[in-house]
Design a protein around this ligand. Structure first.
Ligand code: SME
Length: 170
């Protein structure tokens, strides 16, 4: 049975330190990308108590399409350059939004969302999606999140590249 040990720590640095090696183990030996992305979103949501929604959007044609996530039902398609996700993807840059009401064009999936962080996913210098976290509180995300979620994005990219190498990538 796959499971993770949720950190009892209160501080985010320790929570991420406990979590990241477990994410690496969780995806080891599994080549199905969707299965790995689904478990990573679940492990992040279980561990990061400051996040109300954790999930992926992946590039599909000209837009980002909802991937595996944990949380409330969300919008399925986001145009490149639109909202926090589309802007992060277009600029290939992590965006920390302390107050979503102050981000021009923010897309509300959940009326209770107050702050957000979006981290681009890049494989071999090609962007292929974003990792998105929302919070019900203002200013929930900071540089501790951006540094550690960049490490999570690397794990996701590694899973994506393994998937890409398969001829009939299932
Ligand atoms: N708020 C995001 C949309 C996705 S949801 O938060 C899950 C945005 O502005 O891109």
């Amino acid at each position: 049975m796959e499971e993770i040990r949720v950190s009892a720590a209160e501080d985010k640095v320790t929570i991420y330190q406990d979590l990241i090696p477990q994410l690496e183990s969780l995806v080891e030996g599994e080549e199905n990308f969707i299965a790995n992305a689904a478990n990573i979103s679940a492990a992040l949501k279980q561990s990061l108590r400051h996040a109300s929604w954790v999930g992926f959007y992946f590039l599909s044609g000209e837009e980002l399409v909802l991937g595996p996530f944990q949380g409330k039902v969300a919008c399925t398609r986001i145009k490149i350059g639109a909202g926090v996700c589309g802007t992060s993807f277009k600029d290939n840059k992590t965006l920390i939004v302390p107050n979503v009401y102050e981000f021009p064009g923010h897309i509300f999936c959940d009326a209770d969302s107050k702050s957000e962080i979006v981290v681009p996913l890049v494989n071999d210098r090609t962007p292929f999606g974003v990792l998105d976290l929302d919070s019900m509180s203002y200013s929930s995300f900071d540089s501790v999140d951006s540094v550690n979620l960049a490490k999570v994005a690397e794990i996701v990219a590694e899973c994506f590249s393994r998937r890409s190498q398969r001829v009939n990538g299932s």
